[in-house]
Design a protein around this ligand. Structure first.
Ligand code: PMP
Ligand code: GLN
Length: 391
């Protein structure tokens, strides 16, 4: 008799996440880690000082389930200030253990076996796992680079992906890993389909402040009719360069928040007590902070993209986020995964094979992702090492 596998079949397709695998590879081989997306410098001291003071000031027990009041109020102010959206801090905001928990809790709250979730590929890896844990099935619509160097989707493919079983649409903009920032006309098309098919929209906006070249991030919730059906998710990790703090949040109408809270309370219950008031201070920083952040990252994008082009990669320069996508086919291979596994040995650099973010593997097998929220000296050192590929 074949013994029953320990891991539930729902999770059988999931091994170790690519981020853990690649960061371990970087450590083991002493490579420069441009794989996992995290900054190599701390965020603002005015923010971290609040957390330090909170810890020494005895702010160390369970915070309220929905989050500390000062953070919920700061989230509401931030939503109004940047996106013109109104939420009630007591009924329409929920603080979570990063965006990751918010996404998982949303899937567990809304989805059943037999339901389908539509999302774009390539997709952030926790989406597939969260959908699978809920018992739902994912259906993907592929984002493909066009001649303009930007990523696009076919509206007919999105329309075809929506069936009577579709429960919700999971949208990430600015988008990891492509760096696509969905345009107003694209979002309108997505909103129209959500309304036509009575779908819940779950929007992952963790890169909301990382938009370059004067581009515009537009929350799907701001489109007519969408506020009542959109669950807007963000987190402080990327905006304040404290990815390890895992302070995330959900903003949505009370009945949507209540459903997510019901699942969330049995995942972590609460987290990050002393970090919550610190993120509240961050959300209230002046415009100069937010503008400075995107300007700084835009310069890093250009620095790395230019270096990668010089080394010989075809590069897709992102409109936002932390990531540059490069095509490995100019190095006589179309196997990005093998290329990334060999890269530490060949050049002492770690990147992530984008294929792990695709269901349709052929769409992304030749693409790899480099993260650029790093000190300029480290980006320069990485590019210099990559020059070895030319030899
Ligand atoms: N969504 C996307 C698109 C991401 O890139 C990440 C990684 N930061 C997350 C969600 C997870 O965010 P958090 O660290 O707040 O859980
Ligand atoms: N969001 C980051 C990335 O895409 C890392 C997240 C993680 O390590 N799970 O690289």
């Amino acid at each position: 008799m074949t013994p029953r596998p320990l891991l539930t079949p729902r999770l059988a397709e999931f091994g170790e996440t690519i981020f853990a695998e690649m960061s371990a590879l970087a450590l083991r081989t002493e490579s420069i880690n441009l794989g996992q997306g995290f900054p190599d410098t701390d965020g603002p001291a005015e923010v971290s000082d609040v957390a330090i003071a909170a810890i020494s000031g005895g702010y160390n027990q369970y915070p309220p389930l929905i989050g500390v009041p000062e953070l919920r109020h700061a989230i509401v102010e931030h939503q109004r200030r940047f996106w013109g959206l109104d939420f009630n801090p007591d009924r329409e905001v929920l603080v979570t253990a990063g965006a990751t928990e918010a996404i998982a809790a949303a899937m567990l709250a809304f989805c059943d076996p037999g339901d389908e979730v539509v999302t774009f590929e390539p997709y952030y890896d926790s989406y597939a796992a969260s959908i699978a844990m809920s018992g739902a099935t994912r259906r993907v619509v592929t984002l493909r680079p066009g001649d303009d160097g930007l990523y696009h989707f076919e509206i007919d493919e999105l329309r075809a992906a929506i069936t009577p079983a579709t429960r919700l649409l999971l949208l990430n903009s600015p988008h990891n890993p492509t760096g696509k920032v969905f345009r107003r006309d694209e979002l309108q098309q997505i909103a129209d389909l959500c309304l036509e098919h009575d779908l819940i929209a779950v929007t992952d906006e963790v890169y909301e402040h990382l938009v370059f070249d004067g581009g515009e991030h537009i929350p799907l919730a701001s489109f007519p009719g969408m506020a009542d059906r959109t669950v807007q998710i963000s987190s402080g990790g990327k905006t304040f360069s404290f990815t390890g703090w895992k302070v995330g949040w959900v903003c949505a109408r009370p009945e949507l928040v209540t459903a997510i809270r019901t699942a969330k309370q049995f995942l972590t219950f609460v987290n990050a007590g002393p970090f919550q008031p610190a993120i509240a201070v961050g959300l209230r920083l002046g415009d100069d902070f937010f503008e400075g952040l995107s300007a700084e990252l835009q310069a890093k994008r250009d620095r790395l993209a230019c270096g990668l082009r010089d080394v010989g990669f075809d590069v897709y320069s992102p409109e936002g986020t932390y990531f540059v996508t490069a095509d490995v086919r100019s190095f006589d291979t179309d196997d990005g995964r093998a290329f990334c596994l060999a890269l530490p040995e060949r050049a002492g650099v770690v990147a992530v094979p984008s294929v792990v973010f695709y269901d349709n593997k052929h769409e992304g097998s030749h693409l790899i992702r480099f993260a650029f929220p790093k000190q300029d000296s480290l980006l320069d050192a990485a590019v210099e090492r990559l020059q070895r590929l030319k030899a």
